[in-house]
Design a binder for this molecule. Sequence first.
Ligand code: AMP
Length: 474
Amino acid sequence: MAMGKDHCGVFGIVHPEAAELTYLGIFALQHRGQESAGIATSNGGRIMCHKAMGLVGNVFTDETINKLKNPNAIGHVRYSTTGSSAPINAQPLVAEYSQGELAIAHNGNIINAPLIRHHYEQQGHIFHTTSDTEVIFHMLADPEHIAVDDSLGHILGDLQGAFSLVFLTADKVIAARDPFGLRPLCIGEIDGHYCVASETCAFDVIGAKYVRDVEPGEIIQIDERGYKSRFFVTPEQRAEEGLKPAHCVFEHVYFADPASRVFGFNVHTTRYKMGQCLAKEHPADADVVISVPDSGRCAAMGYSDASGIKYVRGFVRSHYVGRTFIQPSQRLRDLSVKMKLNVIRPSVDAKRVVVVDDSIVRGTTTLGKMRALRAAGAKEIHLRISSPPVRWPCYFGVDFPTTKELIASERSVEEIRQFLEIDSLGYISAEGMLDCMDLPADHFCKACFTGQYPTPVDPQVGKFSQERRQLNLF
Ligand code: AMP
């Protein structure tokens, strides 16, 4: 089953121009996923859906959008991974069961999906995808669950892991967020109509106003009359269980658009503050500050301002290069990395250079960039990273490799510095990073840095060992 690789963007809206606005909405969320894109719409009857591998701009044409013209819509962009491209897993997923047609778009990762899938496979259910999301259909179609009052709320309570979900029925859009609020999801308003999106940058593009975030454990139902809220895990239940939010800190570090408001506060501002903090924690004697575009740009500006070292443009990034990993040989792969990122020689030649980036994961592309700077004449390279060392895999939807492949899992900072062939290396401290957020430190999931997961996970056995609450299913 495709697990742990679904860092995606979702969008949903009820509006007379829903199809067009959803197209623009997922276009704005393209940075959250480049593997596939899809839109499903409805108008009281059948659900129409168009989805395919590729970028939003390539997947849709005027003709396909015209065919989707309906007032209720959801959309999805899926994250590109180095594994197989599987058109079958493109979302929204659409299925029909005893209660009608339903489409689902999901951002996150359902940790206990293998367990649930196994349960239904034993009962003879047929699965059409290898996606963790599909179990939701089978749970909803289960006659035992249909009999329950709020069957959606009921089954969502049995899912473990990260889910920001958008559903489409014949006549409405429904959004739901896991009780930890791991991945973002927010509500917007346009012309008196409501929409939901992974990030507010989608609202900016369509001219919608940010209303608020979908709360952890909340279900939002949108139709032409407005929106209604209910909880499948209430704030009181969460307080009783001592359940704090566990927002993914990496959204602010790397994934989200700098213009977006994520978990209630602006991403660029956080990154800028992280750069300022880095300058205090890891000063450097240097002539210029450069960033690795685009991920390190905001933090590099903060570093420059706090240190007084001039910020210059050191790399040029091409936005037109596609996936680099399909290149057959190492030589071609190296060349395509250069196509993506080229050095502006006069910016770094004979200079002591501070380079700011947001994270080091495997360390391989970073090494390539450091060598390119050296080849362009950089006299000293001082790399500053605006997140602590990534030591643990993510089970909640960020595409981090296994522990073995993470460069920081078994290496000290000094060993990583040597591996990268640079003069100094400084990572922001966990405390420093969390101080830059506008929410208390214990409202975030920091598992990739600390190994402390908000909910029990077991990488060996089906991703899941011990339930936070008893599954009603089993
Ligand atoms: P590497 O040196 O190969 O570990 O690559 C580090 C670069 O990957 C940094 O510039 C990060 O911005 C970027 N990065 C961080 N997290 C991810 C992720 N989950 N998927 C893809 N790229 C990432």
